[in-house]
Design a protein around this ligand. Structure first.
Ligand SMILES: CC(C)(COP(=O)(O)OP(=O)(O)OC[C@H]1O[C@@H](n2cnc3c(N)ncnc32)[C@H](O)[C@@H]1OP(=O)(O)O)[C@@H](O)C(=O)NCCC(=O)NCCS
Length: 170
């Protein structure tokens, strides 16, 4: 989709995070949070850029500067190696228009321009076709499955990766 923009997370984006705190959205990422947890998530998102450990973004489309979703990346360790992990969500009423793939592509461009070179992984649940479709449409490569221990058991995910550095340029 054209005209999708990503904007680095700012103080004013707490409302976007509160709107996203619904079961149909948060159940994919650990469940609905208390307002205290949402406020501390907001602080963590602000700290990513301040500490140089990642970047969260508000996604906008024309007419909706308040944001229709969010996308971001942060450092993590994968099989003992430093890597980036990414995640995203779009408010229910704006889904199915290609907003998330466009925002993910814009996020990867931002990361590249910021000098990031680590591989960017995403781990959507194998039961989350919409998010797996986002990975495919944003140009990620499927590496295989990956299981994560959660409080409630094992989460079976797909391990997708996008490269920020052209082959041979590393
Ligand atoms: C995953 C998500 C960000 C996709 O955002 P989006 O902007 O709707 O992305 P797209 O428009 O490219 O649609 C992706 C897929 O969603 C499905 N979809 C299509 N229309 C839809 C609609 N109206 N409502 C819900 N899903 C729809 C389709 O499978 C589509 O894939 P396709 O184009 O190959 O058919 C969004 O569904 C979401 O926020 N889900 C809940 C949070 C979540 O799962 N986050 C990822 C955690 S890993």
């Amino acid at each position: 989709m054209d005209d999708v923009e990503v904007h680095p997370w700012s103080e004013g984006d707490l409302g976007l995070l509160r709107r996203a705190n619904t079961p149909e959205l948060m159940d994919w990422v650990g469940g609905v949070e208390t307002d205290e947890q949402v406020v501390s998530r907001h602080a963590r998102y602000l700290a990513l850029a301040r500490d140089g450990t990642g970047q969260q973004f508000r996604i906008t489309i024309p007419g909706h500067p308040e944001g229709v979703g969010m996308v971001g990346y942060w450092q993590h360790e994968w099989h003992g190696e430093p890597a980036l992990e990414s995640g995203w969500s779009v408010e229910a009423r704006y889904r199915g228009r290609g907003i998330a793939p466009a925002a993910v592509i814009a996020m990867l461009e931002f990361a590249r321009a910021a000098g990031e070179t680590l591989p960017v992984h995403a781990y959507p649940s194998v039961d989350n076709p919409a998010s797996n479709a986002v990975c495919r449409k944003a140009g990620f490569t499927l590496l295989g499955e990956a299981d994560f221990e959660t409080g409630g058991g094992v989460l079976r995910t797909n391990d997708w990766v996008a490269t920020l550095v052209p082959p041979g340029a590393a």
